[in-house]
Design a protein around this ligand. Structure first.
Ligand code: NAD
Ligand code: MG
Length: 405
């Protein structure tokens, strides 16, 4: 499969303004930040559809402000609650259930889709948006981990392009724009930075006893619960290595990870001549979100500017894969087969949920994931979406049973 760089946004036709936007996961951390960007630049967007999960109150507030014609929620109870909360005289269509997200992702009246649902639930809507040729601002990294090949193939068929919202991949996008040759031969490697999370420098005895509240307390970023735990275990960086391999068409051996506790350098691209190009900024997701939603335009965001003198020092160190095995597991999964990452992702989602519920310890997360990876019989490159979703479902079921015995 050709490198993604060959089909990337610079080569795509300019998308006119105002852009007709659908947000999948508008009530989450990314969705809320995206609407803050939109609120500041109303003239650039027409919000066509908002899809939340079960948070009717927040979705009703957003819908009242932006008045999209289409809303989507997960279940009937949330839809009923939502309807009662909407302002008088405003009657959008309210779609219900998992299929509703695929509909929202492919509405003919939208051209830009922000994929910001958390977890594997984002996969089918993102794949559908890719098949429909949409411009996709992608936050939902799990969809690339689960079925990155299928999404890339769909983009190549339809002309859809993906703009990465994830701060590291957005940083790389900016460091590659206008620099990398179209076949990627001048690129030596990518370097993803990681904050190291709340447990950087701790030992195994400490990690064995950490609580969900400690894991949720990220030093630099304010994010949803699942990605916060992933950051603490370094699984987030593991998922991001896989995400980078798909987005930029590189093998896992050409994607390095560097711990950078200040979270100011968001990642680096290294070229064959030894030049490393980095992207720097304050750790605030509105920067990469706005870059994706407005690309190639840049807009003001009204936030404190980066003051490097005040930051003082930027430090870098290697990741400790012995203490944080999730990073190693993710790299091994990507190298093992096209379906191992689906196992990794599903096992991680369930393990994180069990940890947050207090059912397992923090160090059980990598242990349970590794056991699922070890027992998996791999599928080939031709694995279909239903087959990968079956792997996902079977892994979830098996891990839950294994964790309860
Ligand atoms: P979040 O938990 O704050 O929000 C998740 C959103 O998805 C909510 O709108 C929720 O209603 C919706 N949702 C949850 N389950 C759903 C389901 N089964 N079906 C439909 N909708 C569902 O999560 P977040 O922190 O905003 O993260 C969203 C995605 O963005 C994740 O994939 C995450 O890895 C990625 N991401 C987040 C950040 C960040 O700063 N928060 C940074 C980089 C990447
Ligand atoms: Mg990230």
């Amino acid at each position: 499969m050709k490198s993604y760089i060959s089909t990337w946004p610079l080569l795509a036709p300019e998308l006119p303004f105002p852009r007709r936007l659908a947000i999948l996961g508008s009530t989450g951390s990314i969705g809320v930040n995206a609407l803050r960007v939109v609120a500041r630049h109303r003239e650039l967007f027409q919000v066509a559809a908002l899809a939340g999960g079960q948070n009717a109150k927040r979705l009703a507030e957003q819908a009242g402000e932006f008045r999209p014609a289409v809303l989507a929620v997960l279940d009937d109870a949330t839809a009923t609650e939502l309807r009662a909360l909407l302002p008088a005289g405003y009657t959008p269509s309210i779609l219900v259930g998992p299929e509703a997200y695929v509909t929202v992702a492919t509405l003919p009246e939208t051209d830009l889709v922000l994929s910001a649902i958390v977890g594997a639930a984002g996969f089918l809507p993102t794949l559908a948006a890719a098949e429909a040729g949409k411009r996709i601002a992608l936050a939902n990294k799990e969809s690339l981990v689960l079925g990155g090949l299928l999404i890339r193939q769909a983009c190549q068929r339809s002309g859809a392009v993906i703009l990465p919202v994830d701060s590291e991949h957005n940083a790389l996008f900016q460091a590659l724009c206008g620099h990398a040759d179209s076949n990627g031969a001048e690129l030596h490697k990518l370097i993803l930075t990681a904050s190291g999370g709340p447990f950087r420098g701790r030992d195994a005895a400490f990690l064995a006893a950490v609580t969900p509240a400690q894991a949720l307390n990220h030093p630099n970023w304010s994010m949803g619960a699942k990605i916060s735990v992933d950051s603490a275990s370094l699984m987030n960086k593991g998922l991001e290595v896989i995400e980078a391999c798909h987005l930029y068409g590189l093998p896992v051996a050409r994607v390095d990870v560097l711990v950078h506790p200040q979270s100011i350098v968001h990642s680096l691209a290294e070229y064959v001549d030894g030049s490393q190009l980095a992207h720097l900024g304050v750790p605030d997701m509105r920067i990469p979100i706005a870059h994706c939603l407005c690309f190639p335009r840049r807009v003001g965001l009204g936030m404190p500017r980066l003051d490097l003198a005040q930051v003082g020092g930027l430090t870098f160190e290697r990741a400790d894969e012995g203490l944080f095995p999730c990073l190693r597991l993710a790299k091994e999964a990507f190298a093992a087969s096209p379906s191992h990452p689906a196992v990794l992702n599903a096992a991680n989602e369930v393990a994180v949920e069990l940890f947050l519920n207090g059912d397992i310890g923090f160090l059980d997360i990598p242990r349970l994931i590794e056991a699922e990876l070890d027992r998996h019989t791999p599928l080939g490159e031709d694995a279909s979406a239903p087959q990968l979703l079956e792997v996902d479902a079977e892994t979830r079921l098996h891990l839950r049973r294994a964790a309860s015995t």
